[in-house]
Design a protein around this ligand. Structure first.
Ligand code: NAD
Ligand code: UD1
Length: 340
């Protein structure tokens, strides 16, 4: 089976390539390197002792996509390529609608043309409004809070309409909760461009003294210790969820939507404390005002993925904190020694 992974050199895509290769899929990647490095290819191949076929291409360029389908018989597509910063999406909404919607349409059109109608879509818990009942099931109403989230809602709507128009499509929509951690080899992980917005990259940068302080956004929520609660999921567990989803694509038709989360929520202070304990480091932090738009609590009901994909997350919060820190230290070493 040959699968196309768009954005396969990025954070979640690279971990998914590893799991796909380890499950004997042939992997073709298209990535424009806008948020990743070409050296990720070698690192994926070092982990798996297998090769990927790489195209340095952009989904905005239809001929780049055509070339991939002309040169490979693609059985299924996993679509990770997108822009993903909530903050940036508020400042540059058109960039987000173009990359996350228009370019996805280019991809789907090529798939139609080449009769490759199996598709996995990287959606997000960002599609759930802040008022969703916890734990959140896939049946909760979707209501995005920002342009980034809106592109995921539109992406899902578009896929629903596509399937309604042509039942030969087989589509799995995966709504990720909060991916953190890195591959245990320390070879691949998250490589945020510029200043990160998400909690774990900020924690690891404070631990490595790249930044002096972590701001904890609010300690007056109605939660265990007043700080925000989220469903953090190890990126390797998330990647394994995609292998289960690919298997689902081949065993049924239809459009299926799944939460990929652990079903457990942890507060910001619990994350900081666990990180300090397992890694024996200090995280200097200060409590500040709430961040606008943040819900107090957000965690998944992952029962549907368990039942229909036979998938559930296995890695603990300790694993996530240990692996995130190993990756950060390796990243530092690579930068210091100027190696890839
Ligand atoms: P990432 O930025 O690390 O990876 C995306 C990859 O796609 C990058 O390698 C980038 O170079 C590539 N890319 C972007 N636009 C492209 C284009 N037009 N053509 C070709 N390549 C392009 O992001 P990630 O964290 O791995 O996220 C993957 C997907 O999962 C995205 O769709 C994102 O919205 C979604 N998601 C991520 C999170 C998260 O917290 N990381 C949470 C929920 C959903
Ligand atoms: C954010 C996005 C969400 C996206 C998700 C995964 C917002 C409002 N939401 O979710 O759309 O799907 O990332 O990419 O940006 N925190 C701090 N200090 C910090 C950073 C975060 O206290 O410097 C807290 C937050 O208040 C929150 C928790 O840490 O309680 C997690 O934050 P973050 O990692 O940004 O993820 P989300 O806000 O859940």
């Amino acid at each position: 089976m040959k699968v196309l992974v768009t954005g396969g050199l990025g954070y979640i895509g690279s971990h998914t390539c590893v799991e796909l290769l380890q499950n004997n899929y042939e992997v073709v990647v298209i990535d424009n390197l806008s948020n990743s490095e070409v050296s990720v290819i070698t690192r994926i191949e070092t982990i798996t002792h297998k090769k990927i076929i790489f195209y340095n291409g952009d989904l905005s360029n239809k001929s780049d996509i055509q070339q991939v389908f002309q040169q490979n018989e693609i059985d299924a597509v996993l679509h990770f390529a997108a822009s993903k910063s909530v903050n940036e999406s508020l400042k540059k909404p058109l960039k987000y609608y173009k990359n996350n919607i228009s370019n996805m349409i280019n991809l789907l059109e090529a798939m139609m043309e080449f009769n490759a109608k199996k598709f996995i879509f990287s959606s997000s818990a960002a599609v759930y409004g802040s008022t969703a009942q916890q734990p959140i099931s896939e049946l909760a109403t979707t209501k995005a809070m920002n342009p980034y989230g809106e592109t995921k809602v539109i992406g899902e709507d578009l896929l629903n309409d596509l399937y309604a128009s042509d039942s030969e499509w087989s589509i799995v929509v995966l709504r990720y909760f909060n991916p953190i951690g890195a591959h245990e080899s320390g070879l691949i992980g998250e490589h945020p461009n510029g200043t990160p917005n998400n909690l774990m990259p900020l924690i690891t940068q404070v631990a490595s003294k790249k930044r002096s302080l972590l701001y904890v956004f609010g300690n007056d929520y109605n939660t265990i210790d007043g700080t925000g609660v989220r469903d953090y999921i190890h990126v390797v567990d998330l990647a394994k969820g995609h292998v289960s989803a690919v298997q689902k694509l081949f065993s049924t038709h239809g459009l299926h939507t799944y939460n990929l989360g652990t079903g457990e929520g942890y507060s910001v202070l619990e994350i900081i404390n666990t990180f300090e304990k397992v890694n024996n480091v200090n995280i200097h932090y200060e409590i500040v005002d709430r961040r606008a738009g943040d819900p107090a609590v957000c965690f998944a009901n992952p029962a549907k993925a368990k039942e229909e994909l036979d998938w559930s997350a296995e890695r603990t919060l300790e694993d996530m904190c240990r692996d995130s820190w190993r990756w950060e230290k390796n990243l530092e070493n690579r930068i210091l020694t100027n190696k890839n």
